[in-house]
Write a protein that binds this ligand. Structure first.
Ligand code: ADP
Ligand code: MG
Length: 309
């Protein structure tokens, strides 16, 4: 079994409103799977179904090939979107309490918590009250409690919201490290910056429907436009640009250069290869820059959602 988790044709209505319509996903073992989509798409609903908080109307979910059952809860570490800690409790006391709920012995919980508190640089906060913590610090505590019992599946619902860029980066690195140690990770986000660095696989949900899924590199290949960002050193910029525009689809662009280069995005025509373009350009001047424009997760997200709407 290569997939740790599979959701098969999951649908969920709240009254007349369809929150999920026939959504299937396959999450390969050891991967980081990004559940993407605009606000209100249905991401949290699917995550709550996987965590057995909400029941689907139709469809089913399997973990390691077995239909979801109550015993599976201990195999999953879940960081919910709405985060809450008891404000008046002390930080360490609260973390210990939550760790014990995950089935760790007191000693084990203490040791692991100490390790993680030092690791995420909140060790000094052990004896302070939760209400004294900033939002970001409280989120670190919740992140720790989510991963503490080394579950095989980690699910983070919007893990980066509320973090400043430095802490978001710290959490991102921890997620990568947990994956490298063997965990499988599902995380949801409506912001694309984190996707490029983290996701092996993605599923894009829009208005309760899955509109795109697969390996991120395969999806990028599918969305590539055969466009190259080109820099050319020549005495005759204007003339050359005119000439190029008769042969190719061109658009102005901008990148760092130390010379007064002609900078263009050039789209290959159907029968041309990148080498044809490169050969042509080098016969016209000195090629100083030649890079394929790879669509970003953000470009793909925007285009796929626009096409779907
Ligand atoms: P996302 O996490 O992608 O932003 P959600 O899964 O939270 O989206 O919500 C999808 C849609 O379902 C939203 O329109 C939301 O208002 C609706 N919804 C979610 N949970 C409930 C509920 N318990 N009762 C009624 N509507 C709900
Ligand atoms: Mg959500």
């Amino acid at each position: 079994m290569n997939n740790l988790l599979e959701a098969h044709s999951v649908s969920k209505k709240f009254g007349e409103f369809t929150a999920l319509n026939n959504v299937s996903i396959s999450v390969p073992k050891g991967s980081i799977f990004g559940l993407l989509g605009p606000n209100g798409a249905g991401k949290t609903t699917l995550i709550r179904i996987i965590n057995q908080i909400t029941m689907p109307d139709t469809g089913h979910v399997t973990l390691d090939g077995k239909s979801l059952q109550p015993e599976h809860i201990k195999d999953i570490g879940y960081l919910p979107e709405e985060r809450g800690l008891y404000k008046s409790m002390k930080v360490g006391e609260q973390a210990l309490y939550l760790a014990r709920l995950k089935g760790l012995s007191k000693q084990e919980a203490k040791e692991r918590l100490q390790y993680w508190f030092d690791r995420l640089e909140i060790g000094d906060w052990w004896h302070k009250k939760i209400q004294e913590l900033s939002k970001g610090m409280a989120q670190k505590v919740q992140f720790i409690v989510t991963v503490l019992h080394n579950p095989k599946l980690l699910i983070f619902d919007e893990p980066f919201s509320g973090f400043d860029p430095i802490n978001a980066n710290l959490i991102k690195d921890e997620i990568l490290r947990l994956r490298d140690q063997g965990a499988t990770v599902i995380f949801s986000t409506h912001r694309m910056e984190s996707v490029e660095e983290l996701c092996d696989h993605i599923a894009l949900i829009n208005k309760s429907n899955k509109i795109l899924d697969g390996k991120l590199t395969d999806i990028k290949r599918q969305y590539r436009t055969q466009t190259y960002e080109v820099g050319l050193r020549t005495e005759h910029k204007e003339q050359l640009q005119k000439e190029l525009s008769t042969k190719f689809e061109i658009a102005p662009t901008n990148f760092k250069t130390l010379e007064d280069d002609l900078m263009l995005n050039i789209k290959l025509s159907e029968h041309d290869t990148s080498n044809d373009l490169l050969g042509y350009l080098s016969s016209k001047g000195e090629v100083s820059h030649f890079v394929e424009l790879i669509p970003s997760a953000n470009d793909i997200f925007i285009q796929a959602v626009k096409n779907n709407n």
